[in-house]
Design a protein around this ligand. Structure first.
Ligand SMILES: C[S@@+](CC[C@H](N)C(=O)[O-])C[C@H]1O[C@@H](n2cnc3c(N)ncnc32)[C@H](O)[C@@H]1O
Length: 260
């Protein structure tokens, strides 16, 4: 699966449908004028926020993959793309920001990196909206006896290093919630599962391949049989892949208006 443009565009409709509308609306209601999107890819968060409400905000999209950033919308000059490595927290372009966002990112990062991010955002009094963090829950209809073992192995692989140190995987969003709360933020979480049916056959097929490969990497030997059975059921199977959206809002602090 990785971060290939084809994969990001294949998953985009499911992401759009899954995002929690209430949390998205509350993030927009903060009235951000300058939004910094971390791990922006091709601009999924920008598209989702723009589709929910016409915004005059300026955007800074940060990603280390210039090929993905090249596919992001430009909004008539209101979008700046920055190719940068997010692991350098000190270099995050927070100057002038009023909201920081991310999607499908918190499951990739380590506890140490997340702690550092929360400290930086708290230092600047910045709200954070992070959608679509995988939460470890997967289920299929019809069920297969190997589903639980595959999910267990996949989740173990999700905790391997994705460039930020050992990844939080399914704990990313809930860990972020605890860290922001400890920093005095008000935090809201919402479930945002992918609910996939036979009409999502291409996404389901690609997803199954990625899940089986990850489970094999984690040492599970039954992936090929599970994958064959799941592919055979694609014409009628449903899948539920759990995600969590998070909105963290700092306490009112007028003196924090100037972000450095
Ligand atoms: C799962 S994709 C999500 C992309 C986009 N936010 C979306 O929802 O479609 C994760 C993104 O994080 C970026 N990324 C991963 N590690 C990174 C790093 N160390 N520095 C900058 N970007 C990184 C990838 O290039 C990719 O675009």
């Amino acid at each position: 699966m990785g971060f290939a443009p084809d994969w990001l565009s294949l998953r985009a409709p499911a992401d759009r449908a899954a995002r929690d509308a209430g949390l998205l609306a509350r993030a927009l209601a903060l009235g951000p004028e300058q939004i910094v999107d971390l791990g922006a890819g091709t601009g999924a968060t920008l598209r989702a926020m723009k589709a929910a409400q016409p915004l005059r905000a300026r955007w800074t999209l940060v990603d280390n993959d210039p090929a993905l950033l090249a596919l992001a919308p430009r909004l008539e000059g209101r979008v700046t793309c920055i190719q940068a490595d997010l692991t350098d927290l000190g270099a995050l372009p927070l100057h002038g920001a009023s909201l920081v966002t991310a999607s499908a990112l918190l499951d990739l990062v380590s506890d140490a990196w997340l702690g550092g991010l929360v400290a930086r955002l708290a230092e600047h009094g910045l709200p954070f909206y992070a959608a679509l963090s995988y939460d470890g829950a997967m289920s299929w209809t019809p069920p297969d006896p190997a589903d639980a073992d595959v999910t267990h192995a996949f989740n173990a692989d999700q905790r391997s290093d994705k460039g930020f140190g050992p990844a939080l995987g399914p704990d990313g969003a809930t860990r972020a919630a605890r860290l922001f709360q400890a920093a005095g933020y008000t935090v809201e979480l919402a479930q945002s599962p992918w609910v996939l049916g036979p009409q999502d056959r291409a996404l389901q097929a690609e997803l199954l391949d990625g899940i089986a490969a990850a489970a094999t990497r984690a040492g599970y030997s039954g992936s090929p049989a599970w994958l064959a059975a799941r592919h055979a059921a694609l014409g009628h199977a449903q899948a539920l892949i759990g995600h969590i959206d998070l909105l963290a809002v700092p306490p009112e602090a007028p003196e924090r208006k100037a972000h450095g």
